[in-house]
Design a protein around this ligand. Structure first.
Ligand SMILES: Nc1ncnc2c1ncn2[C@@H]1O[C@H](COP(=O)(O)OP(=O)(O)OP(=O)(O)O)[C@@H](O)[C@H]1O
Length: 268
């Protein structure tokens, strides 16, 4: 269980996340939506302490994550893997090594530096790649892969951390619809294995299709929290003051994604 209690982050005068409280049961897939600047990235980044909260707490199974220091903080970051919009692979390294990077934090510094991995770790990495139909790319350089393949490599790398939670910040914003689907299928697949997934999405239709729960942010605050069918086009209008179509186009532009081809205007 992840408990977020009145979590707040200020940047100077700006309050990016403003007293957010959420209880997220283990194994849930939560889509976080909101306009550009609503605080989605800041919220996710506070959960694994890439960004420090100004106030509030995060508890995981009763442990206060916001108070962790040193090794305990490193352990938490391992259990709470991040996926980024731009994949963050080492382009000149082969795919297998990129996946094995997920093990680095789990090992002593020297073996990490030498990038020495056990046969068991290599087998784990290959199995993770195989699961996403990428085993045959293991020895290719990462930069020879498509965006969708690279993002699935990033998910495989995250799995090598043996995480309890995956935090994905706009994981499909740079992908075409087909690749976006393969990445969302991969995330949903690992979620079905019991890993909690929090995913920032600009695309409402995707959030509806894949998530158990949608949290909508506006100006750093939670303005909707419920099951996808409850987030109707009418609710979007009430919350954001725009049609769902306008919301979709604006959100896509904010993350540099192509405009939606089929805005889910009547999804509800
Ligand atoms: N390091 C920072 N320094 C100053 N202001 C920041 C910083 N990070 C975020 N902000 C501000 O906090 C607010 C929330 O930003 P955040 O990136 O979390 O929003 P977002 O919903 O993820 O939007 P986007 O999709 O455009 O990234 C914005 O006004 C942003 O300018």
């Amino acid at each position: 269980m992840l408990e977020i209690e009145r979590l707040t982050r200020r940047f100077g005068e700006k309050t990016a996340v403003d007293g957010v409280s959420l209880s997220i049961p283990a194994g849930q897939m939560v889509g976080v939506i909101g306009r550009s600047g609503a605080g989605k990235s800041t919220l996710l980044r506070m959960l694994n302490r890439l960004t420090e909260p100004s106030a509030g707490r995060v508890l995981f199974d009763g442990t206060d994550i916001t108070a962790l220091r040193g090794q305990a903080l490193r352990d938490w970051r391992m259990r709470c893997a991040m996926i980024f919009q731009q994949f963050n692979l080492v382009q000149r390294l082969d795919v297998l090594t990129n996946v094995l990077v997920g093990r680095l934090n789990r090992r002593p510094v020297l073996t990490s530096l030498l990038r020495m991995f056990t046969a068991q770790e290599r087998a784990m990495a290959l199995a993770a790649l195989d699961r996403f139909d990428l085993a045959e790319t293991a020895l290719q350089r990462a930069d020879t892969l498509s965006g969708g393949q690279q993002q699935r490599v990033a998910i495989a790398r995250a799995l090598l951390q043996e995480p309890r939670i995956i935090l994905a910040d706009e994981p499909i914003a740079s992908l075409d619809p087909r690749n976006a689907r393969t990445v969302m299928d991969a995330l949903r697949g690992v979620n079905r294995d019991g890993i909690t997934v929090l995913v920032n999405l600009h695309d409402l239709a995707t959030a509806r299709d894949y998530c158990d729960r949608i949290v909508a942010l506006n100006a750093g605050r939670v303005v909707f929290d419920g099951p996808p069918p409850a987030l109707t086009a009418q609710r979007i209008r009430e919350i954001y003051g725009v049609t769902e179509e306008e919301f979709a186009e604006e959100a896509a532009a904010a993350v540099g994604a192509p405009p939606p081809r089929h805005p889910a205007i009547a999804a509800a």
